[in-house]
Design a protein around this ligand. Structure first.
Ligand SMILES: *[C@@H]1O[C@H](CO)[C@@H](O)[C@H](O)[C@H]1NC(C)=O
Ligand SMILES: *[C@@H]1O[C@H](CO)[C@@H](O)[C@H](O)[C@H]1NC(C)=O
Ligand SMILES: *[C@@H]1O[C@H](CO)[C@@H](O)[C@H](O)[C@H]1NC(C)=O
Ligand SMILES: *[C@@H]1O[C@H](CO)[C@@H](O)[C@H](O)[C@H]1NC(C)=O
Length: 483
């Protein structure tokens, strides 16, 4: 969502954090967390951010060493958040006015048949609103998941002839245009965009063609139901396949909230297109994530942020919507209670002026200076969970929320939130993994290394501060290699 402030109040549900009961003195007693590797849940695709709407340019324009520092904060798996997904906006605007993202098709031919995959009228500027640079740098840190997501088709392909203010894709059910059916043209155009990225060395792995299609906005937007989306998916999938992009997954439909995303999932399934979709994608603005979605596809939360809180770098202030601790719980809830395979925050970076310096960014970039919020460190606590990991069983302890993940390299990640106001000693029972490291975050620490003792029975113990978070990484060999 790229809101104007007038939208904010209407769209944002205020998160309610029930505050923990007054602390018992638990320092002495050990809270035992048990891991069950045989209990297998969903596969994790990763955690991510976006630099859409020219925000990536804030990083492009940073001088060294600040640019490297900000990139490390976002992508470094040993010193930063270790994000593993970059969500890029596919521009639909003929220019780069305001913060708009320019399209590769600034001038549309009059008939859809002319828009082939190798149409000569595409204009690739080698920048993509700063997102190509961000993607190339992310790739240097090992990021492999690049989600290209269009907010709208170019205006000429739509019922309202503009990429802004809603409108629908010509040719989906209920949307006829005198200029014809533009479904195939839009699919070709999206493949052309992926090919430009490939030529710049970045492999787009996931593709979305809608953003918040249940809403019409003054910036790029295109409306669609799940049924209409299915009409297009049936054209897009074979187009990708013919272009040898069989491994590119289609995500749909970026609803403003969970309840509408659930409707999309049902409509796509009814239309017989569920098997063509990689992930049902939802935002959390108009309804928060709760329960599990009825779909056989994976489920991604692809955009959420605190739009109305004033800029805050706090870990825990009062349970506010911008607190790092609140975000730790938000991501945890999505992954553990709602079966999400990916959680993507909204903007990685933003300046001070935009939207009255709110919390929709993780890092405030103000000219040549930057400030990091604790929301970034909440995500960093999940960096021990690498793409491809399987969530496994974890339970035990009072005032603790624990989750465990079997990484593909054989290591096991255990992520724990301490909801108590006082510190707790945690013992994680997982025999057979003699090398154990742990990191914790609270008001005064950012993924600080914790002291871990491993008992003769293989139980790893460490202390987590009150209202803090700790992440363990268990490896099988004593020398610290994963297997
Ligand atoms: C991550 O940070 C460490 C410590 O500063 C550094 O040695 C490493 O090169 C960084 N990783 C990448 C991919 O830049
Ligand atoms: C797809 O791959 C096949 C086999 O490698 C090749 O023959 C064909 O030309 C490719 N098609 C496209 C559109 O790249
Ligand atoms: C969780 O998601 C996976 C796909 O990632 C799906 O196969 C499974 O059925 C889902 N489980 C629940 C409880 O929704
Ligand atoms: C670490 O230990 C594993 C198994 O215990 C072994 O296969 C590997 O070669 C060792 N690596 C190093 C660098 O010593």
């Amino acid at each position: 969502m790229r809101v104007t402030l007038s939208h904010v109040a209407a769209l944002v549900a205020t998160p309610l954090l029930t505050s923990a009961a007054p602390p018992l003195e638990v320092r002495q007693s050990q809270q035992k967390v048990t891991i069950d590797l045989t209990k297998k849940y969903q596969t994790i695709d990763g955690f991510g951010i976006s630099g859409a709407f020219q925000r990536a340019n804030l990083i492009v324009n940073l001088q060294q060493p600040k640019q490297r520092e900000v990139l490390d904060l976002l992508f470094n798996t040993t010193t930063g958040a270790g994000f593993s997904i970059v969500r890029n906006g596919i521009g639909s605007t003929p220019n780069s006015n305001k913060d708009y993202m320019n399209t590769i098709l600034p001038k549309c031919p009059s008939t859809p048949a002319e828009v082939t995959i190798d149409y000569s009228g595409y204009v690739w500027d080698g920048k993509d609103s700063g997102q190509l640079f961000l993607s190339q740098r992310a790739q240097e840190y090992g990021v492999k998941t690049f989600y290209a997501n269009a907010w709208s088709a170019p205006g000429c392909m739509k019922t309202n002839n503009q990429d802004t203010n809603g409108g629908q894709l010509c040719g989906v059910s209920g949307a006829t245009c005198r200029s014809g059916d533009w479904k195939q043209a839009y699919a070709n155009y999206l493949v052309a965009y992926i090919n430009f990225y490939a030529s710049a060395g970045v492999r787009v792995t996931h593709l979305g063609f809608l953003n918040e299609p249940d809403m019409s906005t003054s910036y790029a937007s295109m409306q669609s139901s799940g049924t209409q989306a299915a009409d297009f998916i049936k054209v897009l999938r074979p187009t990708l396949d013919r272009a040898n992009l069989t491994s590119v997954g289609i995500n749909c439909c970026e609803a403003t909230g969970w309840s509408i995303a659930s409707q999309h999932a049902q409509q796509i399934a009814s239309a017989g297109a569920e098997s063509l979709v990689y992930a049902i994608s939802s935002h959390e603005y108009t309804s928060r994530i709760s329960g599990t979605m009825r779909t056989n596809a994976r489920v991604w939360q692809t955009e959420y942020s605190d739009l109305n809180g004033g800029w805050s770098t706090a870990w825990y202030s009062n349970g506010g919507s911008g607190d790092g601790f609140t975000w730790a719980n938000t991501v945890f809830n999505g992954v553990v209670n709602s079966n999400l395979s990916a959680y993507i925050f909204w903007e990685a970076v933003q300046d001070r002026a935009t939207n009255n310096n709110n919390n929709e960014k993780l890092i405030l970039v103000d000219g040549q200076t930057y400030t990091v919020s604790k929301r970034l460190w909440a995500f960093a606590q999940f960096r021990v969970v690498r793409p491809g990991a399987t969530r496994v069983g974890a339970s035990g302890g009072s005032n603790l929320k624990s989750a465990a993940f079997a990484n593909t390299d054989g290591s096991v990640a255990v992520v724990i939130i301490n909801s108590a106001t006082g510190a707790q000693n945690i013992a994680v029972a997982l025999p057979g993994y003699p090398s154990v490291q742990a990191w914790y975050t609270d008001n005064t620490h950012d993924m600080s290394a914790a002291t871990v003792t491993v008992g003769s029975d293989g139980t790893a113990a460490a202390s987590v501060p009150g209202r803090g978070m700790i992440s363990f990484l268990f490896k099988k060999s004593a020398n610290g290699t994963a297997v």
